[in-house]
Design a protein around this ligand. Structure first.
Ligand SMILES: *Cc1c(COP(=O)(O)O)cnc(C)c1O
Length: 361
């Protein structure tokens, strides 16, 4: 039964494991692991950067990026809901002595350009030195369009700031945007990165590798990043075992993210149809997803019953409670990925329909 908790739960396929077994190995701290060098070269060329660096997690590639761009006492402009600000245990402040300047998100997931401009501090001894703008794409499953990405990069350049993309799910954004720009997903991903000083991408989410993230940037930046990675304990040895999976993921699993987006869309449309039926009527709301993540808001009492019911049928998902203008709500998060099939979506919708009609509210 499907596990919708996250696209991080994806298991390496047999072909991916075979690539791991066959990987040529060296010692990556000596920078002579051939498979890791090959992955870093492949990704840098694909996304239009001079160099790349493999690290154990996206949390670490983001932290390495922030610590390589900023000095102690510098400031990074982030979104209130950015992973780099909210979901990384305050790493930039704790380990980097970098001050985050959070900004509220717009409804589409972006930061207003005016808000970014207004947050940039003048050169005055009262203030931290604003040094970096961080953008997250996708953000909560939403896609920030190419034009917006270009505007932020141009603003950073104009204000002489560095800019970094937390592109944990950049390829989901690229796959979603590619058709309207008549580009391949990889050319689209490269276009989204243009003008940015660095980007981090996750290999271990929808791309299906068991471990790992990449940080991309200029040669000088990656040289600094390599020192920070060592400092943080992220220097590893026979990483070819892991980077073979990453290389396989970049070569085989980008295009297919479109299937996950399609499955998410089917799930959301099914849920939308059910939202007027049985016990869901008046208690369930959702927006159609842009990529692989569906959020549904449901009244807490009903959510508890539904979560019990789904758990009994071994359907896994995550939930969180929040206060909205119309009262307390439970937000369910359904993440589609390589180990959730179209048949899993159909089975889940059947279960949801059974639930809707089996009780009265
Ligand atoms: C998952 C994620 C990361 C990194 O997560 P790790 O679990 O540390 O690999 C970073 N940013 C965003 C937006 C993410 O979704």
């Amino acid at each position: 039964m499907p596990d919708f908790r996250s696209d991080t739960v994806t298991q390496p396929s047999v072909a991916m494991k075979q690539a791991m077994l066959n990987a040529a190995l060296g010692d990556d701290v000596f920078n002579d692991d051939p498979t890791t060098i090959a992955l870093q070269r492949y990704a840098a060329d694909m996304l239009g950067f001079e160099d790349a660096l493999f690290a154990p997690s996206g949390t670490q590639t983001n932290l390495i990026a922030m610590m390589s761009h900023c000095q102690r006492g510098d400031e990074a402009i982030v979104g209130q809901q950015w992973h780099t600000y909210k979901w990384e245990a305050g790493g930039m402040a704790v380990l980097g002595s970098i001050q985050p300047q959070p900004i509220a998100l717009q409804a589409d997931g972006s930061l207003a350009l005016q808000d970014i401009s207004d947050a940039i501090k003048p050169d005055d001894p009262h203030f931290a030195r604003t040094r970096l703008i961080v953008i997250e794409n996708t953000i909560g499953g939403k896609v920030l369009p190419l034009r917006y990405m270009q505007q932020v990069a141009a603003l950073a350049k104009e204000k002489k700031l560095q800019c970094h993309i937390d592109g944990a799910r950049l390829f989901n954004a690229a796959v979603a945007l590619a058709p309207q720009h008549q580009l391949s997903p990889t050319a689209m991903a490269k276009a989204l990165c243009q003008g940015y000083d660095s980007v981090s991408i996750c290999l271990s989410k929808g791309l299906g590798a068991p471990v790992g993230s990449l940080l991309l940037g200029s040669q000088a930046f990656i040289q600094r990043a390599r020192r920070v990675r060592k400092m943080l304990g992220g220097g590893m040895r026979q990483t070819g075992m892991l980077t073979a999976a990453g290389l396989y993921a970049l070569q085989h699993n980008i295009q297919r993210l479109a299937e996950d987006h399609h499955n998410a869309d089917t799930l959301a449309k099914g849920l939308q149809a059910l939202s007027s039926q049985g016990c869901f009527a008046g208690h369930l709301q959702l927006d159609l997803p842009q990529t692989n993540i569906v959020f549904t808001d449901i009244t807490p009492a009903l959510a508890n019953e539904l979560l019990d019911f789904l758990a009994k049928h071994n359907v896994k998902l995550t939930s969180s409670n929040y206060a909205s203008a119309s009262g307390n709500l439970t937000r369910l998060r359904w993440v589609c990925h390589l180990d959730v099939s179209a048949a899993d979506i159909a089975t889940t919708l059947d279960l949801l329909s059974q639930f809707a009609h089996s009780r009265s509210h």
